[in-house]
Design a protein around this ligand. Sequence first.
Ligand code: NAP
Length: 286
Amino acid sequence: MSAEIIDGKKIANEIKERLKEEIDILKKKGKPPSLSAIQVGENPGSKVYVKAQRKSCESMGIEYNLHQFSENITQKELSDFIQKLNQDPRVTGIILQMPLPGHINAREMQRLIDPTKDAEGVSPTNMGMVVYGKPLLGPCTAMAIMELVKSTKIDLYGKEAVMVGHSDIVGKPTALLLLDKFVTTSVCHIATGERGSLPDYVKKAEILIVAVGKANLIKGEWIKEGAVVIDVGINRIEGKIVGDVEFDVAKERASYITPVPGGVGPVTTAMLLRNTVEAAKLQIGS
Ligand code: NAP
């Protein structure tokens, strides 16, 4: 069996096409979506994201403003700036680039972002809505994973899923979103790996989602025949970008699998755009 490769770029383009109409309507209603990004200090990874975000926003006619600060900014100065963006009616979406310098409490800063402007869906209010199964502006990668699973059209009810990785922005919310679809979901983390139980969990997964950041952590031979595999990991190996799953072997066992790159990444960006549009709609009550 050779898996169908899930085309993240195609799914992202379909989502973006649907958003274009909504952006036009918002512009006509006098609420053009406008995303403000805050970047503190110099981080090469974050610079790449910022560039990509600008490109995707501008290609959709969404205004993108980057506010850069030195890493010496105080927590008070940064919170004042977030409050200023919260109060500015022209700013419809806010994104706080990670990482932040050690002296700044990242969670506290995310808490300050107005939940109706929280384009990444990382504020406690939006995370909390995931628990209720009603994310308005949900965490982008978790929402993207659900879109990718949905694209396979498999019946989720009662399926066995394994989520490898329990980070606040990917693993935990994804597990909750799966639970909400009546998927029986196990969550694995570092202790599962240390105990040596990871292969046992992976082998029973009908839906496997991996978000760790370790190349080839998941051996292809562990994949259950016919499983849906969503590989979130991004790893740079000898100048090549690869995921966390041993792709070549896994694709011979899975029914559907996401490639890296070209799987989760483009859909995550589409979710950021969708949240930016949804945020503007929330602000005018439409
Ligand atoms: P993270 O915060 O570093 O979380 C990694 C998770 O993996 C942690 O829960 C960690 O557990 C767990 N883990 C580490 N080693 C393990 C092992 N041997 N066995 C099982 N679990 C293990 O990372 P993240 O933000 O969730 O991102 C994960 C990966 O996805 C990264 O490669 C990141 O670049 C990528 N990513 C991609 C996108 C995209 O759009 N394509 C978006 C977001 C993230 P402990 O916390 O217990 O150590």
